[in-house]
Each structure stands twice: as C-alpha cells, then as structure tokens.
Design a protein around this ligand. Structure first.
Ligand code: LLP
Length: 410
C-alpha cells in the first residue's frame, strides 16, 4: 500500500493533507509516517519468517538512513536492533531505548573513545563490534583488556564481489576499504585464541546499498557461510548486512523483498552449515525510504531561452541524493492544478549547478508558492543534510499512529 494518495486533486500522506500541514510549518520540511515505517519493518520480518531464516533473527535498523528519535523509539518498541557506525549513532540508539545487546557497531574508523563507550554501555558491552581490519581488532582487544571486559566481535568479510549499484555505495569489492579478505580471516582464525579479551561471535558482510540485482548478494552470502565452516568454534550469528533497494520509480513498497530473501535463503542453504547460526540484518533504506517525503515550495519560476526552471526553497543541503548520486526521485505536486505538463529544471537556491532535484522533468507547469513533494526521501534524506550556504537544516515532522504530529528541529 502506498501512503501517498490524491483525494480530489489534493495530495495526502498517511491520510493527512500536505497543504494543511504546510499552513502550520515552514517549508522545506521532511514529513514521515510512523505507520509506513512500521509496516515496512513488519513486512521485512514476515518475509524473514516465511523463508524460515530463524525465529531468533534480529533486524538491526541502520541508523544512518534515518536517526529520527521518534521513529527510532517506535522501531525499538517493536523489538528492532540497531546498526550503528559512530559514537553518536550508538548514543542515539541507547537514548531511544535500544537494548545494547541488540546493537552492532560497524565502520572502518572506530576510535579508541568509541570502542570504550561501546564496551562500557552495558555489563556485556554491545552485541557486536563488526570488525573491519586486524589493526582494529588489536585495538579492541587492548581496550577491552584495560577495561577488564570481553569484547564480542564479528569479523566483516570483504567477499570480493561487484554489487551492481552506484559506485559510491558499492562496498564489497576487493579494492574497497571495507571488511577483511577471506585469506586473512582464515589466518586470523588460527590465532584468535591469542586475543584474550575478544570473543569471536560472528561473521558479517555488507556489499552495498540500493541493490536490486542479487547475484552478488547470493555469492557473498555463500562465501560468508562457507567461511563460517572454518571458524574455530560454531558461530553465534551471521550478519548479512543491509542493502535491499527500493522502487524509486514505481510505487511498490515491498519491491524485490521476496527475491532478496530468496537469494539469502538459497546462499545459506547451499553452504550446508551443520548448524544454524542466528541471522542478523541491517536494513536502512528499505525500512525508511518510503516512509518519508520532502516538501518544498516554489520560490519563483524562470524561463531562460527554451529552459523552464522552478526554483524551490529546498536545496542540496537539505536533500543531497539527487545532486550527489544523480539519483532519481519522483516529484509530484501537492495540488493538481490541471496545468499542462512541461519539461522543468527543478532546482534549489544554492550556488552550485548540481543543486538540482530533477532535470527536464515533466510536471504540471509550476508557479510561485506551489508546493511539491520529493518522494521516498525517508532514507538518507535529513541524515545527510547540512548547513551549507549557512542555511538551516529542515525540520522533521512525524505523523504518529495516534494522528499527532511530532516536530524535530535541529
Ligand atoms: N550496514 C552497513 C555496514 C552499511 O554500511 C549500510 C549502508 C547499511 C547497513 C544500510 O544499507 P541500506 O539497507 O540502507 O542500503 N547515502 C547513500 C547510501 C549509503 C549507504 C551506506 N551504508 C544513499 O543515499 O544512497
């Protein structure tokens, strides 16, 4: 089900009129739906169960996609865990009620302070450090020893696969900075006992984001499961990372969910592990992208030779995906005016040519003060915003399941 619908030419999100909201709050703003997010989480969980990937599975939401506190609290109440990549994210997950024993910590650049914080946040520390280099493992061991703790660790495999996605967000190839190569992990297995403050509990992978072709996923899953066979002791879990893409051009919120889970299940099955480690996931985009929209207002239009511009009050500082990755996002008017569609450059006020939401986009001829919506911006939207050009970051509004609006300003 799509949460965006027109009723009598007026756009509603989660049954609330966007025009009405824009009367009360300044544009540009992000608008989220708690119900939409929770329904994505439930769909993901249901599919994990359908594919019998284990009742003890854990879905760790990747905070980098959307660390909005209200949404996080809501997900954690449903039992979600958290995939974090900085001390800040770790702190946010804890503040929003995530059980430390459901938190994994990924990333190639964990600092001593972050490691100390993660180890100290619970009697047992966090559930897992997903370790990306031997050098990092050495430091975790040293810090844990100093703190008289045992660090729970999963080794992230670099499976040397080429995920078909934008090159900036592909992370599983051998030249990428992420993970450790199989040969080095095999060697590490032979001397893991010399790390006296490390408990090896798992393996992990994450090969990229916005994946819609799962050949590389299946290959990586098979690789990591086969590697598990060589672990000195049976592993508690395997973390299959995030990456499931969304349907930015269409309207299916559960796009490719089955296909993705099928590839995972096949990979696990084909590895013929003699036991069933717990399965972890780290989805970000799939859970939150369709649960958010970015609402912006046309400041003015401008005709330059044959090119028609709509200059809006949102800019690349507010939403950068279209500028940074030339990503496609649907853009639709908040009120259908009946004007003829024309090819439009939808651009922001920032002094860069890349400050563009769409080029040559066919949309009803826009006028000053009209509102438009950039769809599917609940992931990597506000979380990537900045104050470039000394602009304020946009506010975030969340429509709750109780029909209230929760406001966050930063
Ligand atoms: N786990 C790890 C270790 C990750 O690095 C990521 C994303 C995820 C999970 C979540 O991936 P997802 O399920 O959301 O695909 N800013 C980019 C996306 C960067 C993704 C970075 N890592 C974008 O806007 O497309």
């Amino acid at each position: 089900m799509s949460y965006l619908n027109y009723q009598k030419k007026e756009l509603f999100f989660d049954s609330v009129s966007i025009s009405e909201i824009a009367k009360k709050y300044p544009t540009p703003f992000y608008l989220y739906s708690e119900s939409a997010l929770l329904s994505q989480y439930k769909a993901f969980q249901k599919t994990v169960n359908q594919f019998e990937l284990g009742e003890d599975h854990l879905i760790c939401f990747a905070l980098k996609a959307n660390p909005n506190p209200f949404l996080l609290e809501s997900l954690f109440k449903l039992g979600a865990g958290a995939d974090t990549v900085s001390g800040g994210e770790l702190q946010r997950a804890l503040q929003c009620g995530c059980d430390p024993q459901k938190i994994v910590f990924s990333g190639v650049g964990k600092t001593r302070q972050e490691i100390e914080f993660a180890l100290g946040c619970h009697e047992l520390g966090i559930y897992s450090f997903n370790v990306e280099s031997i050098e990092e493992l050495d430091l975790i061991n040293t810090v844990a020893k100093e703190m008289n703790k045992m660090a729970r660790v999963a080794i992230r495999l670099n499976p040397k696969v080429n995920a078909k996605t934008h090159k900036f967000i592909s992370t599983g190839y051998k030249t990428h900075k992420f993970g450790i190569l199989k040969e080095d992990i095999l060697e590490l297995f032979t001397k893991i006992n010399s790390y006296d403050s490390i408990k090896l509990v798992g393996l992990s992978i994450h090969i990229g984001s916005q994946l819609t072709d799962f050949k590389a996923t299946k290959k990586a899953v098979l690789e990591v499961c086969k590697l598990a066979l060589h672990a000195p002791e049976p592993l508690e879990f395997i973390d299959f990372g995030g990456g499931l893409g969304v349907d930015y051009k269409g309207r299916d919120p559960e796009y490719k969910l089955n296909e993705y889970m099928h590839s995972l299940a096949e990979g696990i099955y084909e590895a013929e592990l003699p036991y069933h480690p717990r399965v972890l996931f780290e989805p970000g985009r799939f859970l939150s992208a369709s649960a958010g929209v970015f609402v912006t207002k046309v400041i003015r239009t401008k005709q330059s030779d044959k090119v028609f511009f709509a200059i809006v009050d949102g800019g690349m500082n507010d939403f950068v995906r279209t500028s940074l990755y030339e990503a496609y996002h649907k853009i639709i008017p908040v009120v259908e005016s009946g004007e003829k569609k024309v090819a439009t450059e939808i651009v922001g006020p920032i002094c860069e040519t890349s400050d563009s939401f769409a080029s040559g986009r066919k949309i009803q001829k826009l006028k000053a003060d009209e509102l438009i919506v950039v769809c599917d911006t609940g992931a990597y939207g506000h979380s990537m915003s900045s104050t470039y050009n000394l602009r304020r970051r946009p506010i975030e509004l969340t429509l709750t399941t109780h029909s209230d609006i929760v406001v966050h300003e930063h």
